[in-house]
Design a protein around this ligand. Structure first.
Ligand SMILES: Nc1ncnc2c1ncn2[C@@H]1O[C@H](COP(=O)(O)OP(=O)(O)OP(=O)(O)O)[C@@H](O)[C@H]1O
Ligand SMILES: [Mg+2]
Length: 278
């Protein structure tokens, strides 16, 4: 579990994260969502310690990470896996060498043991046998899976992913999302995902933190989103009229009610007859 308590961060006197608190539990996908520039990446970087917050605390399994120094901090860092935006693979290293990199940095394991672990995680992301390929020879989805394999190779307790679906088609995005979700449950990791992708929100969002201009505007589960009356959240998630109708249909199914302001007849198809499309 990761607890974020009253985090504040400014750059050159400009407040970018304002008093954000959250509880991110183990075994679930915790999503940070929000418009571009709302502070998702800065918040994630404050949580992993790449930025030092101006004030507030970040607790990893109850331990105050923000107050730690030296070896204590390194010990927590070893338990953190990161999937960077754009995958950030080393172009001059092949897949096997890329995934082995953290093992060589943080362990003294013999080569055979490291290779076995590389093959284990490659198998876990359904990429057996691509060991000798270079990043340039991989598709976008394969690169993300290699980056995910590298992020989990040290068996992290905490997994951070910044925009894991950027640049992928909807179906490949779903494969990555499902993999992140499965791995999270399998290893009981506390997973934190920054995303713009509304499919991801509805697919894997156990806990969702919605950022608006550096503040926590809303938090809840994907189910709570269906019933939320927060206008900023609704116009962000259900940006089109089509999606707003889909939300209302879901609410109708679940509760027999839809919000008063919506047109019930149009929604359930009793309006004008459909056009004759020939
Ligand atoms: N290193 C930095 N120095 C100064 N300002 C920064 C720095 N990093 C981010 N910011 C500012 O902080 C704000 C939040 O940026 P952030 O990258 O967290 O947004 P985001 O929600 O991740 O956006 P996106 O969806 O585009 O990735 C922006 O106004 C940005 O200009
Ligand atoms: Mg970002």
């Amino acid at each position: 579990m990761i607890e974020v308590k009253n985090i504040k961060k400014s750059f050159d006197g400009r407040v970018v994260i304002e008093d954000v608190s959250a509880q991110m539990k183990a075994g679930q996908c915790n999503l940070i969502i929000g418009a571009s520039g709302s502070g998702k990446t800065v918040l994630q970087k404050c949580i992993v310690g790449l930025f030092e917050p101006d004030s507030g605390e970040v607790l990893y399994s109850g331990q105050d990470f923000t107050a730690m120094r030296g070896e204590e901090k390194t010990a927590i860092r070893k338990e953190i896996g990161m999937l960077f935006q754009g995958s950030a693979l080393f172009d001059s290293l092949n897949v096997e060498e890329n995934i082995m990199f953290p093992l060589s940095m943080f362990t003294h394991d013999p080569l055979k043991k490291k290779l076995d672990r590389v093959n284990e995680v490659l198998n876990r992301v359904n990429l057996d046998g691509v060991n000798k390929k270079f990043p340039a020879e991989l598709s976008g989805g394969m690169k993300k899976r290699v980056a995910l394999a590298r992020a989990i190779v040290l068996n992290p307790k905490y997994l951070f992913c910044d925009e894991p679906n950027s640049g992928l088609d909807p179906q490949t995005s779903l494969v990555i999302d499902k993999l992140i979700k499965e791995i999270t449950i399998e290893f009981n990791m506390t997973t934190v995902v920054n995303t713009h992708d509304m499919n991801s929100v509805m697919e894997i969002g156990d806990y969702i933190l919605y950022m608006y201009q550096g503040r926590k505007e809303w938090e809840g589960s994907k189910r709570d989103i269906i019933f939320s009356k927060n206008e900023r959240l609704n116009s962000f998630i259900f940006a089109s009229e089509f999606l707003q109708d889909a939300k209302d249909m879901r609410m109708l199914e679940e509760t027999g009610r839809i919000p008063n302001h919506r047109n019930m007849d149009a929604l359930i198809g009793k309006g004008a007859p459909p056009p004759d499309l020939g």
